[in-house]
Write a protein that binds this ligand. Structure first.
Ligand code: GAP
Length: 447
């Protein structure tokens, strides 16, 4: 039996890299995450989300959207274009300042982020490095057929700006008044110098960001509330509190637009890493876009006759990065009935498959009743019908991908119209009439 590894007991370096290897291998083997363009030898730390990964990533984004938009009557959604006017990036400060310091090793030619190495090349050990120079992280392209300066466009490096430039559109169409928020989920692109640690840092990734517009005097209070609320989101979705910490930035670390930022960090196998940053962006963005365009990006309070530029509190999370944290926190190996198993103890809301339906044999009678069970559950739940190999093997396979519940259809089902429901975490089994199955599943999954 392999040594047992969980995300909770990996304080030594060998254990943590072994844990990562097992998770990366599980992701590949079971169809969560594939290296992109693998048949061409891969492509520069890009990844594709496979049949299970796409379900899980969607669940993470849906859980965020539900907690932000559905559960707050003063937060609305937006889906802005990835390509937009380059003037946005001039105004936001990204053209001038969204840079990392880059050094080259003169010995082996490798490039590094100057702030991530200590004077010697991590690849060849040489101390012969160039001086650091600023490298802009935005991907540059051309919109339209002419590749001249006038056609330059950038892939967005954050979703946030789309929300600032639509501030007036949203206020006018929704009649929201501060405090109110605009939420957006989507791809962002950064030409990272050193991508790595699987999907932790990639050049193409997904963000989940919300801009919360508040009266300036209330900004500090809202900042504290959003830090607490966002921390609770990860805990509610199953990340143990011991694997999370809050880290306020000190003054030198703050972005140019922020007067206060706190990161929510996760205990990755290699150390603490950021999952999300909550920032007080003040009126920096609205005022800058107003100055650049001449538009009045303000709120006019008709009741008081007051006109002001709201402050913005921004919880900015990574969808792909948090999916990875959820996988790491959930990964467990234990022993059931003397047999080792891998279990992803994922929260039911983010598990890729909610219910697996397992007919004991391929016989037609069981196929028919399994179809009936599926029709009852599929409108509400992501189901998987698995008919191959022994039932024990099938339970192991479902445990390994984090399926919270298995429903087994056996020959007794033909007589008693009941099925066996098996719980992933306890492995306990109960017999449930098909008529009451949907209610039973709902009460166990909690939705
Ligand atoms: N609008 C503010 C903003 O973009 P950020 O801290 O640069 O803030 C927010 O990004 C989140 O996006 C990070 O906490 C992280 O989860 C995710 N993220 C940033 N860069 C990433 C990358 N290269 N790969 C994966 N996720 C990334």
């Amino acid at each position: 039996m392999p040594p047992r590894v969980t995300a909770h007991d990996n304080d030594d370096a060998a254990g943590s890299s072994e844990l990562m290897e097992r998770i990366v291998s599980l992701c590949k083997r079971r169809g969560f995450v594939f290296p992109s363009a693998e048949i061409y030898g891969g492509f520069r730390s890009t990844y594709d989300y496979g049949p299970l990964g796409v379900l899980m990533l969607r669940n993470v984004k849906n859980a965020w959207w539900r907690s932000m938009v559905q559960m707050h009557d003063n937060i609305v959604g937006l889906d802005a274009a990835i390509l937009s006017s380059p003037r946005i990036w001039e105004t936001s400060g990204h053209l001038a300042g969204f840079t990392d310091p880059l050094v080259d090793c003169r010995n082996c030619g490798e490039r590094w982020r100057a702030d991530q190495i200590e004077g010697t090349c991590p690849k060849c050990g040489s101390g012969d490095l160039t001086d650091a120079r600023d490298f802009n992280l935005m991907f540059k392209t051309h919109a339209g057929p002419v590749e001249d300066e006038g056609a330059v466009a950038y892939l967005r490096p954050e979703t946030a700006q789309g929300m600032f430039v639509n501030f007036l559109n949203v206020v006018q169409t929704t009649r929201k008044r501060p405090p109110f928020g605009i939420a957006q989920v989507g791809k962002s692109f950064r030409n990272e110098i050193t991508p790595g640690n699987f999907v932790f840092r990639t050049r193409e990734f997904e963000q989940m960001e919300m801009e919360y517009f508040v009266p300036p005097p209330d900004a500090a209070t809202w900042f504290d509330r959003w830090v607490a609320e966002r921390h609770r989101w990860y805990v509610d979705l199953g990340i143990p509190e011991a694997m999370l910490r809050l880290r306020p930035h000190d003054a030198e670390e703050l972005s140019h637009y922020s007067v206060a930022t706190t990161d929510i960090e996760f205990a990755f196998p290699w150390g603490w890493g950021e999952l999300e940053g909550i920032a007080n962006r003040t009126d920096f963005d609205l005022s800058a876009h107003a100055a650049a365009t001449g538009e009045r990006l303000e709120y006019f309070d008709q009741a008081t006759g007051e006109r002001y530029v709201p402050y913005v509190i921004e919880p900015a999370a990574g969808a792909t990065r948090s999916m990875m944290a959820f996988l790491i926190a959930a990964y467990t190996e234990d022993v059931v009935d003397g047999e080792a198993r891998v279990v992803l103890r994922l929260h039911p809301r983010i598990a890729p498959v909610h219910v697996a339906v397992l007919p004991l044999s391929r016989r037609d009678e069981l196929k028919e009743v399994s179809g009936e069970v599926l029709s009852a559950l599929q409108p509400s739940y992501q189901c998987d019908l698995d008919v191959t190999q022994s039932i024990g093997r099938r339970y192991r396979r479902q445990d390994e991908i984090g399926t919270p519940l298995c429903v087994t259809v056996d020959f007794d089902t033909l007589d008693d119209r009941a099925v066996t429901v098996r719980d992933r975490d306890t492995t306990a089994q109960v017999r449930v009439p098909i008529d009451g199955l949907a209610d039973e599943i709902r009460s166990r999954l909690g939705f």
